[in-house]
Design a protein around this ligand. Structure first.
Ligand SMILES: NC(=O)c1ccc[n+]([C@@H]2O[C@H](COP(=O)([O-])OP(=O)(O)OC[C@H]3O[C@@H](n4cnc5c(N)ncnc54)[C@H](OP(=O)(O)O)[C@@H]3O)[C@@H](O)[C@H]2O)c1
Length: 274
């Protein structure tokens, strides 16, 4: 089978939902190359080999691992340079890598804010900004940001809801808002100031807000966010009611469907409200 010369990147693809996003993109036959951006060489290489073995009977797609630590800006740059040198473009970027503290983790709330935001929000934003020049060069280019229902707008005050959903909001202004949340947590004033009482929820709210900003700023790229649903993965200690395979479809649909919308939030396999 001839596979079109299209390149997809999936972050955090060595396990869980990201693994199945990469596998399903591979099985689609729409890509010549799929790159798993993972932080561990062993885990990334093993997953790439497994996906390659599953895909090769279906499609002529090369599955590769490339080192990437979301939140480590030096690795963001190295990864982008590699993509530029090897392919000169990226057609589909799925920002799936994410982190959540377990409920039983003894780290206090204010000690969890920095790490949660630096991976899920600030890391994703920096990596995406660095990838945008390559995605602009893609054919029918797409970005899908794996967020969560936990990122719902209603978790912050109505005053903050207006700021986050303002049509003129920029990434710099959004970064400022996210830093204000961090400062509020450290000062102990975040609840009184109308912020969420969930670090993870705030990180995903930021991802959905960033998705909408990029969708406005990048008319040639279809940029959407999604919630995979409550999935049985390591993140949920395998308590989720949905399989990772099914959860992955919520990212694969906006990444592959013909004429997708842009700036939307997908949930349960269709467009949903924020
Ligand atoms: N599971 C759910 O119910 C659920 C619900 C809503 C949203 N989500 C979102 O779905 C996405 C995937 O979650 P999952 O359930 O599949 O979680 P998971 O099983 O814990 O997998 C997370 C993946 O992200 C990678 N990762 C974490 N931090 C990273 C970093 N700094 N740099 C690079 N890779 C990193 C992990 O790599 P390592 O193997 O090296 O740790 C792993 O490959 C996340 O964005 C999550 O927030 C999940």
């Amino acid at each position: 089978m001839m596979t079109p010369n299209r390149v997809a990147v999936v972050t955090g693809a060595n396990k869980g939902i990201g693994y199945f996003i990469a596998l399903q993109l591979g099985m689609s036959g729409l890509f010549s190359n799929i790159i798993l951006g993972c932080r561990d060489v062993q885990r990334g290489t093993t997953a790439a080999n497994q996906i390659q073995a599953l895909v090769q009977s279906k499609a002529d797609t090369k599955i590769e691992f490339s080192p990437l630590v979301i939140g480590d800006e030096a690795t963001h740059s190295t990864f982008c340079e590699k993509m530029k040198k090897e392919f000169g473009k990226v057609d589909v970027l799925v920002n799936n890598a994410g982190f959540a503290y377990k409920g039983v983790d003894p780290t206090p709330f204010e000690g969890q804010t920095e790490k949660t935001l630096s991976i899920n929000y600030f890391g994703l934003v920096d990596f995406t900004q660095k990838m945008l020049p390559l995605v602009r060069k893609g054919s029918d280019p797409r970005i899908v940001n794996v967020a969560s229902m936990a990122g719902r707008l209603g978790q912050v005050s109505s005053e903050l809801q207006k700021k986050f959903s303002e049509d003129s909001l920029t990434i710099d202004e959004l970064n400022t808002l996210m830093n204000q949340f961090k400062s509020g947590v450290q000062a102990g004033t975040y609840k009184a100031d109308g912020w969420s009482s969930s670090n993870y929820g705030m990180s995903k709210l930021g991802v959905i807000a960033a998705t909408k900003i990029w969708a406005r700023q990048e008319p040639t790229i279809k940029i959407n966010a999604c919630c995979p649903g409550y999935c049985a993965t390591d993140m949920s200690s395998h308590k989720g009611s949905r399989s990772a395979q099914d959860g992955a479809k919520n990212a694969v649909i906006p990444a592959t469907t013909e004429n997708p919308p842009t700036g939307e939030f997908f949930r349960d396999y269709e467009i949903s409200t924020w």
